[in-house]
Design a protein around this ligand. Sequence first.
Ligand code: C2O
Length: 537
Amino acid sequence: CAIRRYNFNVIMKNMSRLCSTKPIVTVNGRFPGPTLYAREDETVLVRVVNRVKYNVSIHWHGVRQLRTGWADGPAYITQCPIQPGQNYVYNFTITGQRGTLLWHAHILWLRATLHGALVILPKRGVPYPFPKPNHEAVVVLGEWWKSDTEAVINQALKAGNAPNVSDAHTINGHPGQVSTCSSDQGGFQLSVEPGKTYMLRVINAALNEELFFKIAGHMMTVVEVDATYVKPFKTNTILVAPGQTTNVLVSTDQSAGKYLVAASTFMDSPIAVDNVTATATLHYTGTLATTQTTFTSTPPLNATSVANNFINSLRSLNSKKYPAKVPLNIDHSLLFTVGLGVNPCPTCKATNGSRVVASVNNVTFVMPTTALLQAHHFNVKGVFTTDFPGNPPFAFNYTGTPPTNLQTISGTKVYRLPYNATVQVVLQDTSIIAPKNHPVHLHGFNFFAIGKGLGNFNPKTDPKKFNLVDPVERNTIGVPSGGWVAIRFRADNPGVWFMHCHLEVHTTWGLKMAFLVDNGKGPNESLLPPPSDFPKC
Ligand code: C2O
């Protein structure tokens, strides 16, 4: 099979946005970073050279990494970071996947500026299961902080509280009409020809906000999410959570003109957010310079019904060629609460000696100093324990009023699974401190989202309503505010796989855990050995 080689030079670069200039960490001097293209079944070699003063690691978000956990990327989970001056070649093969994913730094907050698109084309000669678009374009949604992002997080960690929100969202690196500065160019412009079909590969690379995405005067046909095909449906608004991707077809069937493209925040809880709408323009060729841009209104911040309409429309394509292989018999049935908490913090003066934490089943995950995958593979004792609880340690009952704050316990705990076990996880928002939609991402697997609801998950009645036929398959899912979502996957990938909230601040606070999947007995059922240039801690 073909090999794709990429060079990622991690370098500082001065960038101007919102009328000021600051140095940011980039890949090859670009923001967003370069788009990585590969075909299904191809091998990708990305040589990452760290030329900045920070430790770096890169995650290929959504790539299954079958038996190649060494290339997954989360710092201290599957690898030690690439230290300044060092380099590492991520070596992985794309197996049974095609569509849009993203790559991003997976250490501290570096992914604020270190991210880009990862486009997996179908095998040569294999068509899309929908009419072939005339053109394709990548649309990366992100954020911009005027201050240094590292300073933002350090300040937050010291104070034991939430970090400052970003100053603007961005579309392909630019905030758009909110900014009048020449360096922002009035926003990203997508030039289109009339009478064609465009496939937009929309990626939410933002740290902290789920985003609605809309184009004035144009409907979108959703055809794929998280690199899995879905039953096509039309909508004027899509919702993309951090870490998620959505491919849409857009017909340029309107009269020549300029049409506003907008990305705005979805937040159904009273938490400080960056609610600055980022804009771009769809620019038909032949449009006069004097033509006014056609505007569009964006859904309100708390437009839960718009969000639900979109989410509830998502179904696996489940065709003969792309069947939804939902596990029907479950070996491990788990209930994980996800939410916030408050722990003592003697040094946190600004918050009177307490700090906001986050947890899964009341465990606030503590990052180890040796990568878990290494510790597992080389049998290094004392790095983690395998007692992550499969159920909440306290009787969880969400009554609509947020329960009283619970102090969490801290630990580096993993949940152990035998090779090929079938797993169901119900993720239940605790609503402690505030109800909050948590986009939870699982590394190493796609899962099926078989059910969701508000309030408490009811183990007697809710499973009867599960969709086991054509549930959407993805790698990142929003746990609804004050509700739950049920997912299923097959543990057919040996290694250590991170699962966490993809809101960066919640990950930092501890809303994360890991599954340890044992090797199987068959010839191709074991984790491969680490590459020789594997970074040392
Ligand atoms: Cu996209 Cu663990 O991250």
